[in-house]
Design a protein around this ligand. Structure first.
Ligand code: CA
Length: 227
């Protein structure tokens, strides 16, 4: 289930949007300020952000810039002023779409679906990740370290792909579990730890001093960011 973050200070509007998106099957988180919205984005890694332009705490444009600096999470901007739209599609800002207020929540749901679909297509075509001295081929489902084939189980592969797609970003164990398409169940933390241990044993020259996958104490794991 895709997770949508709504950052909108008009609480009624945020509520209506949330309820439409939830009915459409999305998991929704809401923030009412720009600054708290940005920290929610950092912690929850939503699949898409619906971002109001005029927000207390931090301007919507600044929130969008910050998100873009770190990731390609799709962003839909909301604005009440026609004259702002040029600025919004401004490519440097990197918003994927904008919607003028007032709007029908149904339109928003349709746009969200369309953008997520487009984004998935784009992600699918980037099937080979080169990071550090690893090559992760999503299509062939194989991992090479300096041309040496490393044999991973499907779960180990998903974990590595998730971590290596976002070097430097910490993932908690629940997020990693979801990335492996598992269900939440008791003891999942130990399950992820066990998979990571196996993954390190195959990947790392010295698993006790990992050069690829680091432990982030109190949170989970992250792929080491090089350069
Ligand atoms: Ca506003």
């Amino acid at each position: 289930m895709a997770m949508i973050l709504i950052i909108e200070d008009e609480t009624e509007l945020a509520k209506v949007l949330r309820s439409y998106l939830e009915k459409a099957g999305f998991n929704v988180t809401t923030a009412y300020r720009g600054d708290t919205g940005l920290s929610t984005w950092e912690h929850k890694h939503p699949d898409l952000v619906i971002l109001d332009l005029n927000l207390p705490g931090m301007d919507g444009l600044d929130v969008a810039r910050e998100i873009r600096r770190k990731s390609n999470t799709p962003i839909i901007m909301l604005t009440a002023r026609v004259e702002e739209t040029d600025q919004l599609i401004g490519l440097e800002l990197g918003a994927d779409d904008y919607i003028l207020k007032p709007f029908s929540p149904r339109v928003v749901v349709a746009r969200v679906r369309a953008i997520l679909r487009r984004f998935e297509d784009r992600t699918e075509s980037h099937q080979v990740i080169h990071v550090s001295d690893l090559t992760i081929d999503n299509k062939a489902h194989l991992v090479l370290r300096n041309d040496e084939l490393i044999d991973l189980t499907p779960t180990e592969f998903s974990l590595l792909k998730t971590l290596a797609s976002h070097p430097g970003q910490a993932f908690d164990r629940l997020q990693l579990l979801e990335a492996t398409q598992g269900n939440t169940y008791e003891g999942y933390e130990r399950t992820i730890d066990a998979h990571i241990k196996n993954l390190r044993a195959k990947l790392e020259t010295d698993p006790k001093n990992p050069q690829y996958i680091e432990t982030v104490f109190g949170i989970g794991y992250r792929f080491v960011k090089t350069s």
